[in-house]
Design a protein around this ligand. Sequence first.
Ligand code: G4P
Length: 291
Amino acid sequence: MNIQWYPGHMTKTRRMITEQLRNVDAVCEILDARIPVSSRNPDVDELTAGKPRLVVLNRVDQADRPATDSWAAWFRAQGHAVLLCDAKSGAGTAKFAAAVRELLADKLRAYAEKGQTGRVVRVMVLGIPNVGKSTFINRVAGRKTARTEDRPGVTRSKQWVPIDRGLELLDTPGILWPKFEDQSVGLNLAYTGAVKDDILDVETLGCHLMAYLGARYPNALLTGYRLSGLPEREEGENDIAYGYRLLEAAGRKRGFLISGGEVDTERMAKILLDEFRAGKLGRFTLEMLEE
Ligand code: G4P
């Protein structure tokens, strides 16, 4: 698994988060609802220990709703507040300010008792690349915020984004990294487009995704590729081998044939990933709580 990572940039980001933590009242961790584990930064718990946390499960429009609800309950049980959002359409984002104030209710009450009613509540927004941070921030701020460049090697200064009177967001001073040493995390990040496809060849990626969808969401494949049934999985058959047979079945149905009547599985794999990402096959969660 060849995902680029930048130890120097990560160290800088970690330091900035630690420094800025004393200026904020809470942390807003934005996750991809389809991959609530893979889209977590492995160090956030340790880095932000002790700060109240609002977990935003973003991209709920693309995720399987019952699975999202289970994850929301699980994050709540960890003591976090949870907000379900589709930052692209804006659904759920209007509840952000109220969710933060509820999360910090005790603190706000204490301020009020001391007469400090004008105190501004500040929240640090964290998330891995492409999870929807800018879209989310623009939504809750109700406008386009100016963003400085956000990529490794380019230092971004911190930015306070006013939300309403008394609430400000601190945009992340850099990117956060996922837990990319784990193969299944790498696959999940690639399916969802959070990392570039070139971590694995597209056909292999397509085989893995087909095998997952075949096991978890067979009806989506039956409908999406107009199949009358899915091939049976043979005993001991691994994901790649089974996924390959699914790619063949779908590709044959689509008429993606090459010489000799063979199926162009590479073309089918590209189409599968495109259609998956565009939501054409349905709504999916790639990590289930019970697993
Ligand atoms: P980042 O700052 O965390 O890196 O992510 P950013 O907001 O740039 O979002 C990355 C892409 O994800 C954008 O699409 C954005 O529109 C999309 N997105 C963000 N939140 C959601 C969501 O809740 N649901 C869906 N379906 N999409 C979401 P893009 O193709 O790069 O740009 P655009 O063509 O949508 O403008």
